[in-house]
Design a protein around this ligand. Structure first.
Ligand code: MN
Ligand code: MN
Length: 453
């Protein structure tokens, strides 16, 4: 039976609408949300910093139950009206971002310069990390198990670090005429760390001077690098971009844009029909392995803890099988300088609201959990009902490349899940771009997802 026909002819076509249009008159809310988000981005450059910042922000809220996992992953939970056994709502996002990690024995001296060896983490374009101010963030565990938190290079009165690049005058044979992967090699991503010699030292005078400084200022010795998580990240704060201040430029928006939106949503929501969990995980950029990644059993542990806290008897596998989830991750926005990689009808656009990505993967959807039509139907109807700007987005032309998210790891539990997050320009670059209406609509979409019956 065809549905009773009540639509006007002019309403039959799907005409995506700019988020700025949908949000007319809501500038104050957009700015307030993004100011908070930018403060988070400016302070937080690592997964550990994300966990501690959000933990601190959550601690005043007595309705939020917070669980940590080794300081690198966390869960924020809020009790809903229905028992957990009826299923819960889950939003998962990742808090690690592409960067350069220090090697276990990073420090060496070459040509009277102290240098640090790095090993890149996640998908970077190596040339983007050269000749720019860099900061070091992380933690060092001394032999006596005491730990030292390190953040150097963010404040104007602190030194920063850099990786040098070859001058154009001499780059002809080594860079210009080569393929990018040959022109920019991982073993050349060495951090310039100092150049002042310790005049009393016998040899490696610059390294000797650096070791004295490390010991004086941080109480660490060279072997302490072995037990450290030290990450080299772009230095500096998040910035508004565009004369109209309509965008945000910052490092690490993939995927802290979704992590922050999910946290703000679970913090601000109310009257939840179902218990809701925001799961912030590590290691997505290198495949979600490890005990802090999305493939770990942290979610089951959180369910067990909640069942004790709420005094509910649950079978975790049934809870998860009956649940609904969002995989909060970013998509690539249509790039006006490289239209050839996109298929315009299905690419997400900056400023058109949160992007719902039915499937990811590559070479014919391989590696994707793809959401079902029924779930997409529920998702789009709640987004429309709540007047939230949204769009769909496919990552590039078919067979142009591709990518994956953590959606498939949660889908294994039997829950319905779909990817949802803003589309970025310059994704994975040291300075990624988002639209203020897209970040705000992501927040609203997550919040309504938890509040929706
Ligand atoms: Mn991501
Ligand atoms: Mn990524």
């Amino acid at each position: 039976m065809p549905k009773k026909q009540t639509k006007d002819k002019k309403d039959l076509a799907y005409k995506p609408k700019s988020g700025w249009d949908t949000f007319k008159g809501r500038d104050k809310e957009i700015e307030a949300y993004n100011a908070e988000y930018m403060a988070f981005l400016s302070r937080v450059k690592t997964e550990r910093e994300a966990v501690s910042y959000i933990e601190e922000s959550a601690c005043a809220n007595r309705d939020l139950h917070v669980f940590g996992n080794r300081g690198k992953a966390m869960a924020l939970c809020r009790k809903g009206a229905s028992p957990m056994q009826d299923g819960i709502r889950i939003i998962i996002a990742h808090i690690d971002s592409p960067r350069l990690d220090l090697k276990a024995n990073p420090l060496y001296e070459d040509t009277d310069l102290a240098m640090l060896k790095t090993h890149y983490y996640g998908g970077i374009k190596k040339y983007q990390w050269l000749a720019r101010p860099l900061a070091i963030h992380g933690v060092v565990i001394r032999e006596d198990a005491t730990s030292v938190k390190i953040v150097i290079g963010e404040e104007d009165d602190e030194p920063c670090f850099t990786i040098e690049d070859l001058l154009p005058h001499l780059a002809g044979k080594t860079q210009y005429t080569k393929k990018i992967e040959d022109a920019f090699q991982a073993e050349k991503l060495n951090i310039i760390f100092g150049s002042r010699p310790d005049l009393k030292a016998k040899d490696d005078k610059v390294k000797a001077q650096i070791l004295s400084l490390l010991y004086e200022k941080y109480g660490i010795v060279e072997q302490d690098f072995v037990s450290a998580d030290l990450e080299i990240v772009p230095a500096g704060s998040a910035r508004e971009v565009g004369l109209d201040r309509s965008m945000i430029g910052a490092y690490g928006q993939d995927d802290r844009v979704c992590a922050w939106a999910a946290f703000a949503a679970v913090r601000d929501c109310s009257d939840l029909p179902y218990t809701s969990i925001v799961l912030l995980v590590d290691k997505e950029e290198i495949g979600s392995d490890g005990n802090t990644g999305a493939k770990s059993n942290f979610l089951e542990e959180v369910l067990w803890q909640l069942s004790k806290k709420f005094n509910e008897d649950i079978i975790p596998s049934r809870v998860l099988f009956r649940s609904r989830a969002l995989s909060g991750d970013v998509n690539g926005a249509f790039d006006p300088d490289f239209p050839e990689v996109h298929e315009k009808t299905n690419a997400a656009k900056m400023g058109y609201g949160v992007c719902v990505t039915k499937f990811t993967g590559s070479r014919g959807k391989a590696g994707s959990s793809e959401a079902h039509a029924e779930y997409m139907g529920w998702i789009r109807s709640y987004l429309n009902r709540n007047n939230i700007p949204w769009q769909t987005g496919e990552l590039g032309k078919v067979d142009e490349g591709g990518g994956g998210t953590v959606a498939k790891y949660l889908a294994e539990y039997g829950m319905d899940i779909v990817d949802m997050g803003p589309a970025l320009l310059s994704m994975h670059a040291p300075f990624e771009l988002s639209s203020k209406v897209d970040t705000f609509s992501t927040y609203l979409a997550y919040r309504s997802f938890m509040e929706e019956r």
